[in-house]
Design a binder for this molecule. Sequence first.
Ligand code: NAP
Length: 528
Amino acid sequence: MNSLGPGRILPLRLPRVCVAIWGTDAAEMFDKAEAVVRDNPLLEFRLDYLKQPASGIMRIRRFAEIHPEAILIGTCRRAANGGKFRGKLKAQIDLLMKAADAGCQFVDLDIQSAEQLKTADFEKLRSRVGIVLSFHDFKATRNLDGTFRRMLAFPADYYKLVSTANTLADNVEMMKFLQNQSQRHSLIGLCMGEQGIISRVLGVRAGSVFTFGAANPGDETAPGQVTARSLRDIYRIEQIDQATRVYGVAGDPISHSMSPLIMNTAFRRESVNAVCIALHARKVDDLMTCVEDIPIHGLAVTMPYKQEILKYLENTDPLTAKVGACNTVVRSQDGKLFGFNTDIAGVLRPLEQRLSLPGAKVLVLGAGGAAKAAVFGLKERGAEVYVMNRTTAKGQKLARRAHARLLKRKELKKASFDLIINATPVGMGNGKQSLLAEPEINARYVMDMVYDPVETRLLKLAKERGAHTISGLEMFTNQAARQFEIWTGKPAPIIEMQSAVTNALAAVAAAETARNGTGKTRKKKSRK
Ligand code: NAP
């Protein structure tokens, strides 16, 4: 290390998360820094985001004095190189020098600027402050070795390579690069973009000294950045090591999935050294490359891959084969992949706690993947099952295959059931729609698979009719609990899992209400 600023020492091991802090003015930037520094001593100040970057220097000095424990990186990237600073190279270097004098132990210098600097000027900067030499590729992950050779022309304390993941396999490329080079060099490596989350979480295990996190949701300084709090609390990044087992939640889209939260909550509660990451797979082949190369020990599979995944599996249990859809994959010790459908347990477990299923008269609304899990699972338990679906032919096909009966809408008012299950997305989002009108709800129990909102319009109407209601949240928690059991062989901490999702849904709803005043304009988005 060259210079640490007046009286400042570095810890032996840097924290694994550096919080990138920005603000349109210095007050905003340093308010954010004050709010996070206690939990995040490693901070990057993005001077280039300030309308007047020089206004940040005095504040850095004061901040460094008040927080001698903080490790500070000053960054003032020019617009041409992916930053926001409009000044010339000389002005950029002046600001970095001043940031160093004010107390930053490191400055970020992009490779393009390093290449334009005279050797003497580069040496002068390096004699004053630690250098994080950076390279950003905002389009792709390509030629990492070639870029790194170019960077090695400059002595630096850390080499930071950031690319963009267009596929999940791009993360594998980044991690292989980190594994190969991190023995000899101090590296920071990650992929940007929604598909880059694997490298943001697992890069530290592959050899990245640290990764970057946002101060708050909405404060991201790069696409795909997650909050520092999520990296620490959900992904437990400080604990990730070579023995950490990696699990994934795979689908397209996937960003709104609650599965990483619920599974990581269970891992933490049961002290399982494992992490679950959202995998935005645009193609199933891409997903399977990651499953093999990382390797991934298990998958929670969601739309649209529940059927397509079957051809990659060694075997499935008989009921999953009947349903023809798999939402859980586990890797056995010999590397083979086995599939299960835990949506079946997700439906059956909450029901069996309440009513006797053999002989129970049950109506399932829908004929998609979730409906199939319910119909076959209920039939297996000896229930008398009826299917009603918007597209009659699909409903008929399911009824025939499962030896259930098809019900027509016009027959509904006269019929009564022990249980009605909504297995369609109707009711999701703004909570105003119900597939059934009040007079059509003739049942002792009504279950809705939709869990956002937790109390759907259908469940409200059912309550008014005197029925007992079961929310989709119970199904979601129970299918995840079964997934946890299959992955780990341990009983699932179901209470903690359910409260993690309940709290997260409440936080999302509160944030949306705060954003639009009423929360009425929520879009329909599947969270599974
Ligand atoms: P899917 O395979 O796409 O099937 C959707 C079904 O809903 C189809 O039968 C479809 O009828 C019907 N449908 C869609 N829009 C409709 C509308 N406007 N009116 C009437 N019927 C409509 O989906 P899926 O995987 O079965 O999932 C269904 C729902 O269950 C989703 O909301 C999903 O989030 C939820 N789910 C929840 C859990 C949980 O753990 N709580 C687990 C799995 C699924 P057509 O055949 O006519 O298209």
